[in-house]
Design a protein around this ligand. Sequence first.
Ligand code: SF4
Length: 87
Amino acid sequence: MQQRIEEYIALIPDGERVPEVVRQARLRCCLACNALRDGTCGLCGCYVEARTARARIACPDVPPRWQAYPDGKEEIDGGENHETDTQ
Ligand code: SF4
């Protein structure tokens, strides 16, 4: 699974993938979150390692525990907003 997630992240175009330092900060939020279940967010069903790599989406909690990058504005539609296709 880890290799597939890494492959998925590598395929995200540069402008749509956050810098690694941002992804790691997001992952620290997920690791401290009580919604995390076996690497999956209990609120959205995404693999957090994949979701945290996408720039234009945010944590689904209210309020979000981490924001869209770089300006906090999320993609509304027309983009992948659910990171469960790495299986
Ligand atoms: S995406 Fe947000 S709600 Fe989901 S596990 Fe991470 S911090 Fe928690």
